[in-house]
Design a protein around this ligand. Structure first.
Ligand code: ADP
Ligand code: MG
Length: 496
């Protein structure tokens, strides 16, 4: 089918785009009338393909629990890696003293210090700083990158004062949140598997990143040491647990997605012989790699095939913030091509991958006005099109369809984790209150998505059990969480 490219739209409601003689092209009619007759069946098909009725949710929850079990049995046993965090003592609230956290997970690193005052005083003070990493260091040597980080940390530590003070004779201890794929070997050591997110630093893969940082701190003459190496999901769980003992699961829904939970050591066959004083440990599921029985569409398959990691991270590609807007964009392109959603042409800007972000589709869903003015503005700004009311209504429906699928599947994943925990006769749902700590920009800023997630959890658990499960936003808990894990894993004598 041949389709015409749209000329840039004009914001006025005029159906005619004025052309200047200089451009030497004839006046072109910009139709904004959509062809509802051919679009309606496409929307219906999309809704059918994305549907998540209770049996689908149940299947996903069961499959998630099965995959967790298989991943705990043997390394490589399932899509889910079920990585051991080596975190087996969680914060209690009694922690005291000065601790630092360092978070490296993207183009910025964050440093934070916290003075903990125990049960009564809790968090006495916190301070943080953020430093962006120069582009050339992302392609440089391991020494250069870690020296830069250590010198940033040294500058931050120099300004310590006021309410912060270190007990005599102690080194400053750090919780290091490192959000790249790591094979953790103990609470304070982990081998970098590979750099991701645009980093290509030479010589780090295969090395212990904690040793790299400790050596850089030594070179800088900085008297600090890493006591805990943690993933951001684990940091979130620890940060939320500090305030409430009932926190057992943490889920990140941001650009990507991941979940971790508290597991009994004797339920981890692949780790026989591992000692844990509490008998429990946090397992990082890496659930973004889950793929079993998801309701996928032609748009998902095409996006996956064109991605840098085809066939991988399918759950993440279905539910997380990096992808929801892109799936919507692909649907709209198809509707524009086959159903003239935006008139007789396909807007060129709309054909650019990742042009439409999840924040856009979330903003589209917040428009309650009668004429969907904000939807029209977003479509104009992002895709360069004028839209009539019927086209805007369809766009809202498409956004809702994908947010609903994403939120409900995320909810089913959470229930899968709870089912797995319940099976260990933990009574996490049947006998006690359990908190699932949530964080990430998608969860925080997309109310409809959040509601769909909660609905799915309630539908799956039924009204009685779901009363015991509290899904709670734990904003930016992972920074303090990492500092708390430095405290609970402190090398010094402590009573907390
Ligand atoms: P990261 O996951 O990269 O650590 P965040 O947790 O801050 O970062 O999440 C950022 C992601 O959250 C963005 O990539 C985007 O997908 C999503 N997001 C940000 N703002 C919104 C919004 N207003 N509505 C929906 N999703 C949003
Ligand atoms: Mg994050």
């Amino acid at each position: 089918m041949s389709v015409a490219a749209c000329p840039p739209a004009v914001r006025s409601v005029s159906l005619w785009r004025p052309r200047t003689a200089r451009m030497g092209v004839p006046r072109v009619r910009v139709a904004v009338q959509s062809n509802l007759v051919s679009i309606a069946p496409m929307l219906t098909k999309l809704q059918r393909d994305c549907a998540t009725p209770l049996p689908v949710l149940r299947h996903v929850a069961d499959a998630m629990a099965d995959d967790m079990r298989a991943g705990l049995a043997v390394d490589g046993g399932s899509d889910l890696k079920m990585i051991l965090s080596y975190v087996d003592s969680l914060p209690t609230g009694n922690e005291k003293g000065l601790f630092y956290a360092l978070d490296l997970g993207g183009t910025n690193f964050r440093v934070l210090r916290v003075q903990l005052g125990g049960k009564d005083e809790r968090v006495i003070a916190t301070e943080f700083d953020q430093v962006s990493i120069p582009q050339d260091l992302m392609f440089g040597t391991t020494e250069d990158l870690f020296d830069f980080i250590a010198s940033g940390l040294a500058k931050f530590a120099q300004n310590e004062g006021g309410k912060f003070h270190l007990a005599q004779g102690r080194m400053r201890e750090i919780g290091f949140t490192f959000s790249f794929p790591v094979k953790q070997t103990s609470i304070d050591a982990g081998i970098l598997i590979k750099w991701t997110k645009g980093f290509a630093v030479s010589g780090t893969a295969g090395k212990d990143v904690v040793a790299c940082l400790n050596e850089a701190m030594e070179r800088q003459g900085l008297n600090m040491r890493v006591s805990a190496l943690v993933n951001d999901t684990v940091g979130t769980l620890a940060g939320a647990r500090y305030w409430d003992d009932d926190v057992m699961v943490a889920v990140i829904l941001g650009t990507g997605t991941n979940a971790c939970y508290v597991e009994r050591v004797d339920a981890i066959p692949k780790l026989q012989g591992l000692k844990s004083s509490s008998g429990r440990t946090i397992v990082n599921t890496e659930w973004g790699a889950f793929s079993n029985g998801l309701p996928l569409t032609e748009y998902d398959r095409e996006m996956d095939a064109e991605s840098i990691n085809p066939g991988e991270q399918i759950f993440e590609k279905t539910i997380s913030g990096m992808y929801l807007g892109e799936i919507v964009r692909r649907v709209l392109v198809k509707m524009a091509e086959a159903g003239a959603l935006f008139g007789e042409c396909v807007p060129e800007k709309l054909s650019t991958p990742f042009m439409l972000g999840t924040p856009h589709i979330s903003a589209i869903q917040q428009d309650n006005s009668k004429d969907l003015q904000a939807v029209g503005s977003i479509l104009y700004d992002v895709a360069g099109v004028n839209s009539d009311l019927s086209a805007r209504k369809i766009v809202v429906e498409v956004c809702d369809t994908l947010a609903k699928r994403g939120g409900r599947l995320a909810g089913a994943g959470i229930v899968g984790i709870l089912q797995k925990m319940e099976e260990n006769s933990e009574g996490v749902m049947s006998r006690k209150r359990t908190i699932v700590a949530m964080d990430g920009g998608l969860y925080e800023h997309y109310p409809q998505y959040r509601r769909y997630l909660q609905d799915a959890v309630t539908e799956l658990l039924g009204s009685e059990l779901s009363k015991n499960v509290v899904i709670e936003h734990s904003k930016d808990g992972s920074g303090i969480g990492a500092a708390l894990l430095a405290a609970t894993n402190s090398k010094y004598e402590h009573e907390f």
